[in-house]
Design a protein around this ligand. Sequence first.
Ligand code: CAA
Length: 242
Amino acid sequence: MARVALVSGGTRGIGKAISVALQEAGYTVAATYAGNDEKAAVFRAETGIPTFRWDVTKYDACVAGIASVEAELGPIDILVNNAGITRDTMFHKMTPDHWNDVIATNLSGLFNMTQPLWSGMRERGFGRIINISSINGQKGQLGQVNYSAAKAGELGFTKALAQEGAAKNITVNAICPGYIATEMVEAIPEKVLQEKILPQIPIGRLGKPSEIARCVVFLASDDAGLITGSTLSANGGQFFAG
Ligand code: CAA
């Protein structure tokens, strides 16, 4: 039986590439999304991957959503915590909403999605948790105090939970993408992208979603069983960290 993978925010951007790459690698895949029904319908039609709509900021919604995925597809073996948002603004203009929305989705979302399926992975003696963090959690980014804090928090979550999962054959790892060509990066003002960001990327281009998806497929595989609590940086040389 094919292993079952759940990808949060799996219908668009990096998440879409991850869902498709896992499907191509032979997994049974489900993708969650928060609200864009139209994009989710296009994704479903293109890929045949089932989609589930719920809000990762709500613990009870995650419990119910995960139960419905497992009822349809079987126990979840691989969780990719990819759902994430930006609310970029300079700190002097940052409101509690800018802060709380990003922390709730990008950091509390990890707890809400992972905790309900953790006991099942422990009982079955296998699991892969892959958290999509960011270069900006490693290095900090002007205009992203909220996002950088959440993404750095994901790295602490990863390293701590990896220690708990190790004895049960559950690995927990993070990937830190650099600037990847998705809608999130397209939202950056063009002048800022061209003059401030691209010159900082030694390979001289944005990353492709498929380049992050390949990292996920590797970390999900049996070949990656020794790797846990790690951070895989995929950023074109923009920032070096282990
Ligand atoms: N790197 C270096 N300098 C930057 C910068 C960046 N990423 N972003 C902005 N700046 C500079 C601006 O050029 C400007 O400098 P000057 O005054 O010398 O021209 C200064 O910072 C202030 O910026 P703005 O004039 O644009 O100020 P604003 O208040 O209008 O907007 C902002 C601020 C919303 C932060 C806007 O600049 C912005 O969106 N910047 C991009 C921030 C960013 O990199 N976000 C990453 C999004 S992609 C992502 O999050 C995915 C991932 O994981 C990598």
